[in-house]
Design a protein around this ligand. Structure first.
Ligand code: C2E
Ligand code: MG
Ligand code: MG
Length: 398
């Protein structure tokens, strides 16, 4: 394609780097270029642009909002621009940032060490493909309206699928994570990325969280009736922890189905926790006192410190797949994986690794002392009928 027609956003806190990048782009024939001095300004530019940016060139280390946080916010906005990361950090940091961007489903073109060389930039720009297939698939739908969401919730189009969690020590399935899907009558089966953020933005997330939790507990009750006892994990948007009476709702719904509260795992993502730690601390403590398991999800993508983790009573640490899949070959990912495991061990937490896709991932996790694996290597998320068949034949990973 003709690179010179691309619309570019450059984000860097150093005016000198911005100028230099603009000049290099001009030499490559690109003049539709907007600059932003930090992540917040960049998000504003994205919101206010008449046409979406094709490529975003972003510095990693910036005050106010760094490149990592910027990528997370860009992912929340379903930005489909090609991302180029530019940084003076060492190569390991750049590789990890790249994995993180990929884990956020961003369209990452590559990383370039500073100082920027015209050839490196030109090569990456040439790899740009407009709106990737992934972004156009029904996993990331655009333009779902609030009314559509309300209708979907009212007419019970919500479906839960279950992904097995496997003990490394015994090879047995010890639990499942419930993952939400929406059986949309026109759009087909939608993944959570298509409607959870929408529900969060439009104030419907609490109703959705409660509907999902109730369904999950009813399913768990059915399993108990069939003699199947497992831990059941449910993702909870941090918002919902501030609902009045939420603790009582969680307890009563689980106990109505005969669930032991210690087998109910409430997952909340690290980034959401860190943005709201104080506001939800009281609720989390009360839930722990009732023996619910609390899991900090997507660990490694936020910036929780040891001190903060010590104060919040999580019982499980769930390492994000950006630091699990392929970690044996990626020194940066492996370093974060290892330090997460060390941290979780010192706080006596259950350690779950998410996103293991092959034997090599599993072996590395086993050697580090991770307790539980959830990933395609063992099983994909599946409907209840398939899960029952799976449990019947499962004899451990091979
Ligand atoms: P999560 O809680 O971290 O869930 C794990 C995600 O990783 C799932 O994606 C799962 O299908 C995927 N996954 C598991 N193993 C592998 C693997 O080996 N390789 C790869 N490439 N992917 C793997 P899914 O179902 O698309 O869910 C995405 C996210 O949406 C979840 O991430 C969770 O944060 C959110 N979500 C899902 N269901 C709910 C829900 O009921 N409520 C809320 N608030 N959020 C939900
Ligand atoms: Mg989860
Ligand atoms: Mg996760």
């Amino acid at each position: 394609m003709d690179v010179s027609s691309l619309k570019i956003l450059v984000v860097d806190d150093e005016a000198f780097v911005l100028k230099l990048t603009v000049r290099i782009l001009a030499k490559l024939g690109l003049d539709d270029v907007v600059t932003a001095s930090n992540g917040l300004v960049a998000l504003d530019e994205i919101d206010n642009a008449a046409l979406p940016f094709d490529v975003i060139i972003c510095d990693l280390n910036m005050p106010e909002m760094d490149g990592i946080a910027f990528m997370r916010h860009a992912a929340d906005k379903d930005v489909s621009a090609g991302m180029i990361l530019l940084s003076g950090e060492d190569e390991r940091m750049l590789e990890t940032a790249k994995d993180l961007a990929a884990a956020h489903n961003l369209n990452i073109l590559g990383v370039i060490p500073k100082p920027l060389k015209p050839d490196a930039l030109s090569n990456l720009l040439n790899t740009f493909q407009p709106a990737t297939a992934a972004k156009q698939s029904n996993w990331h739908q655009e333009g779902i309206s609030e009314t559509e969401l309300i209708n979907g919730m009212d007419s019970d189009q919500l479906l839960l699928v279950y992904q097995p969690k496997v003990s490394i020590a015994t090879g047995e399935v010890t639990g499942v994570e419930t993952l939400a899907r929406w059986m949309h009558p026109e759009r087909g089966l939608l993944g959570p990325g298509a409607f959870i953020p929408l529900a969060e933005q439009t104030g419907h997330i609490d109703a959705l969280t409660c509907a999902i939790y109730k369904k999950a507990m009813q399913q768990a009750g059915d399993w108990l009736a069939q003699g199947i006892t497992m831990k059941v994990s449910v993702n909870i948007s941090v918002n919902s922890f501030t609902l009045p009476d939420f603790t009582d709702f969680l307890i009563e719904t689980a106990q109505n189905e005969g669930m032991d509260l210690a087998n109910v795992v409430l997952e909340v993502t690290e980034t959401q926790v860190m943005d709201n730690a104080l506001g939800i601390l009281e609720t989390l403590m009360r839930l722990r006192m009732k023996r619910f398991a609390l899991s900090i999800d997507d660990f490694g993508t936020g910036n929780a410190s040891m001190e903060q983790l010590k104060r919040i009573p999580f019982s499980e640490l769930k390492i994000d797949r950006a630091f699990v899949y392929g970690a044996a070959q990626n020194a940066g990912a492996r370093a974060i994986l290892e330090s997460s495991v060390t941290l979780a061990k010192s706080l006596k937490m259950d350690i779950v690794a998410e996103g293991a896709e092959n034997r090599e991932d599993w072996d590395l996790l086993a050697s580090l002392g991770v307790h539980t694996v959830q990933g395609f290597y063992c099983a994909k998320p599946m409907k209840n009928e398939d899960l029952l068949a799976f449990l019947d034949t499962w004899t451990g990973p091979h």
